[in-house]
Design a protein around this ligand. Structure first.
Ligand code: AMP
Length: 217
């Protein structure tokens, strides 16, 4: 069963990998960041609560995120697997998932960690452009779309995320090291963790991840 968590610092390439892996293995890509951005665009109560925090690079409170994820993971399309991208990000979130996963019959089976040296992350974030519709990511130099400013997958106009600026990035990276990186030890202990080098080309990373998933289907 592919009940997967995808981890890594901001700019590691989680979104890029998640989109192709989810397509290929036919499992839903659940990005909590995308869910929040959608809630903000729709002006929902969760969106209103989260907007300022997200723009500044902060972390949305655990209860809010956990509630959202529990609701999402309980949906029918997660019955044959799921790919969580951006959750959990704190120890309390990981503990909540360790409880909710089995209770809804969907325990985590694999944790994939993409590791990338901190020095290269800011450049990846600063040059990142994303598709607000399908979640695909591009880079103005390293991973250009076929037509400038247009998503290859769905034809939507690409945007720059509001939190992809140096100030918010600094906060996001600090939060990553302080709150999220400790989860690697948590999952290492449970024997679920697999680490990948995310500093090479995205295709090579994709192939490495896909072969692990093939072996664990
Ligand atoms: P992402 O698209 O994963 O980079 O997420 C964008 C932003 O959404 C983050 O910087 C946080 O402000 C918020 N966010 C997404 N997932 C979580 C989470 N699991 N816990 C707390 N905040 C989150």
């Amino acid at each position: 069963m592919l009940n997967i968590i995808l981890m890594g610092p901001p700019g590691a390439g989680k979104g890029t990998q998640a989109v192709t892996i989810a397509d290929e293995f036919k499992i839903p890509h659940i990005s909590t960041g995308d869910m929040f951005r959608e809630a903000i665009a729709n002006g929902t109560p969760v969106g209103l609560k989260a907007k300022a925090i997200i723009d500044a690079g902060g972390l949305v409170p655990d209860e809010v995120v956990c509630e959202l994820v529990k609701e999402r993971l309980s949906q029918k399309d997660c019955e044959h697997g799921y790919l969580l991208d951006g959750f959990p990000r704190t120890i309390p979130q990981a503990e909540a998932l360790a409880e909710m996963g089995p209770s809804i019959g969907r325990p985590v089976s694999l944790v994939l960690n993409i590791s990338v040296p901190s020095e290269v992350l800011l450049d990846r974030i600063a040059g990142r452009r994303v598709c607000p519709k399908c979640g695909a990511s591009y880079h103005i130099r390293n991973m250009k779309p076929k037509v400038e400013g247009v998503c290859d997958r769905c034809g939507s106009k690409l945007i720059q995320r509001k939190d992809d600026n140096p100030e918010s990035f600094k906060v996001r990276l600090e939060n990553y090291f302080q709150s999220t990186e400790p989860l690697l030890a948590f999952y290492e202990k449970s024997g679920l963790l697999h680490s990948f080098d995310g500093n090479g080309n995205p295709k090579a990373l994709h192939d490495a991840i896909a072969s692990l998933l093939e072996a664990n289907k």
